[in-house]
Design a protein around this ligand. Sequence first.
Ligand code: DAH
Length: 332
Amino acid sequence: MLKRIQDLETEIDAIVINNGAEAESFRLAYLSKKGKVSLLFDEFKSLPSEEKRTVGQVLNLLKRKAEEKWSAAQESNDSNQESDYDASLLQQIPQGSLHPLKVVEDELVSIFSKLGFDLAEGPEIEDDHHNFGALNFADDHPARDMQDTFFIAEHVLRTHTSSVQVREMERGQPPFRLVMPGRVYRNEAVSARSNCFFHQIEGLYVDEGVSFTDLKQTLYYFVQQFFGEGTQIRFRSSYFPFTEPSAEMDIWAGLDTEENRRLTKGTGWLEVLGCGMVHPNVLESCGLDSKKFSGFAFGMGIDRLTMLKYGISDIRDFFSGDVRMLQQFGGL
Ligand code: DAH
């Protein structure tokens, strides 16, 4: 029997295992239950006990040797597979990146979230009530005109994110402290400065005792965060059906460059947003007691802010699908 063990050892020594399939056949041929090594163990059981000691030792050595050969083959097979993996190839696959409008939207949401504003969103296909009626637009208000609004049968594509204010206020009772970003649509001639769809972010704070001072302070904080410490602001009185009083807010861009003179039409002031105190009619339309609650709202164009921030001069570039444009914002 010792001789047969030796022969088997020579046989195993001679075997070269090249790949996973060969390792598996090796295991089957020698180490499995019906394998040659295991069969020797079966025979070993019926040896007289005086032989068992010596043969047992040799046979165990053979078994260990065969197992080591098999596991070494397995390991080198694993590491071969690893070496087929070329990490540098990954770098050649173009990486996507966030769209610049999304980058700015995220920044705006995060600035207001520091003041306790939560995120809310609403549908782009709206009804007249949420887009106009509940926002105190008179039935004959020109904004309902076909020229501004895209109609889909009985519905409209929302013309502003103010519709989300209504949806949120209808859901319950104050306090509401929300920012509501999203896409809006207007039936306007497309040019470098205006597109038939663009993006807004709406803000709303309704509670007991909310004042115009709260509005100013909130917007002042936003401007310092977004445009930089020390940026000056001014409010001009304005009109929106859903706020009273209403205002537009400008930031001081200065007159020191040709670009700033052009952007500000020679005034140095740049209009950034519309705002005001939520009109009592709007609160009542949403089922809130306008004697008990007051609030402020504001809305601004994300596309415009993004163009200002990155010096983009044509709004259509955002959706031209030209990857060279997007590559500048982190993609390859
Ligand atoms: N909805 C207005 C627009 O699209 C922007 C706006 C102005 C929103 C004043 C407001 C606001 O919430 O208070 O032009």
